[in-house]
Design a protein around this ligand. Sequence first.
Ligand SMILES: CC(=O)N[C@H]1[C@@H](OP(=O)(O)OP(=O)(O)OC[C@H]2O[C@@H](n3ccc(=O)[nH]c3=O)[C@H](O)[C@@H]2O)O[C@H](CO)[C@@H](O)[C@@H]1O
Ligand SMILES: C=C(OP(=O)(O)O)C(=O)O
Length: 429
Amino acid sequence: MSMMKIHGNHRLMGEVTICGAKNSTVALIPATILSDTPVEFDKVPDILDVHNLMLILQSMNVPSEFSDGIFKVNPTNIKESRLPSEAIKKLRASYYFMGALLGRFHRAIVSFPGGDNIGPRPIDQHIRAFEALGADVTEDGDTVYIDATKHGLKGGIIDFEMVSVGATINAILAATKADGVTEIHNVAKEPEIVDIVSFLNSMGAKITGAGTDDIRIEGVKSLSATEIHTVIPDRIEAGTYLALAAAIGDGILVKNVIPEHLKPFTEKLTEMGLKLEINDDSIFVPESGNIHGVQITTEPFPGFATDWQQPITPLLFNADSDSVITDTIYPKRKKHIHELKKMGAIIKVADNNQIIISPSRDLHGAIVSAGEIRAGASLLVAGLMANGETLITHADHILRGYDNVVEKLAGLNANVELLEGNVPSASEA
Ligand SMILES: CC(=O)N[C@H]1[C@@H](OP(=O)(O)OP(=O)(O)OC[C@H]2O[C@@H](n3ccc(=O)[nH]c3=O)[C@H](O)[C@@H]2O)O[C@H](CO)[C@@H](O)[C@@H]1O
Ligand SMILES: C=C(OP(=O)(O)O)C(=O)O
């Protein structure tokens, strides 16, 4: 098991460069199996999810290589095969092989995905999309069987009952290779969806409407990559470093960002009283003075992302009044709270699931456990603010989605080590 040891309460400064978005990358990689040619991506984050996706590709005779942000994959000799359930369970995005295999082979057998334990995460809308395209979907235990070989994969109308990032992308992946036209209504509008569509269109797909509520797809027979696709910057990683900079920075420049994607986040920082310098592709966070408590409600894009709510929480401990967070996407996403309390934080959950964060200026180091990726990010920021040493166990969750995190933090003068080993016996809650 990986652990992170943090010597906290050092002021941080310098520059940090954000890499490609995890939530784009983990859909782009499964999407490559729709291509009839080799594919290359740039700015791919070095995160555990990518390495697990490589194992899944390998099981289908799809070799891939990855170094310095360049990811090359050759799906030309792909074979249908049983996907390794251990790797499938290690990430959420393995569910994109459902849509991608359905597009490629008109059938897919995939076990239920893993990913963060942040409350119920059903896939009924994904199944609704596959059925609208003519597939029969059955479940047996842990495995989902999706089959459109009997009547063919055909364009159709998909009306989502709720906005889902994953279901939108899965519908796009399958419909790209379906026979005829597909209309998808009530889709998610996240920038990562626009990125996937721009990649597919660059290979010859015919998809319009990404970034709006409705997407139209004219199915095509083949796709060929002719250019290197650069993954968009990770707005969640960027938000995490912006929060860190505001909490304990003496001037930090966060580079390679798309400020428009960060608007809901930077607007909250401004409301707190921070004076950000927002440039074309970077944001400078000066040393912050007094900051005020705020109310945050998470919503689908262009709202405040659920994946930001835990990383921003430690910053709110520095405010001069209470803050309230309401997570409408994952109301049970609260694995950070119990652990933050161990560090002296004053934070509680009200009956209506709202999280109340009170000024807590005397955080101290503790042994805490990262229950999921963003809970881990929250503990990391808190550990850097706290007096003394913090040990974060189960840090693999952080490494699922934060590229070169120890090196990036060291570049800001933080003292963080990655350790492998057993959890100290007294530490498990
Ligand atoms: C790999 C990836 O991109 N993960 C992101 C993706 O997850 P993911 O794609 O799993 O999240 P969704 O957008 O699908 O989930 C949104 C909401 O819809 C519900 N729902 C979803 C699908 C479904 O079939 N039925 C259903 O009820 C979910 O329980 C949740 O309450 O979007 C989330 C919401 O922005 C982010 O937190 C995750 O980081
Ligand atoms: C919930 C997240 O990831 P996943 O959907 O991959 O579990 C996240 O990135 O915050």
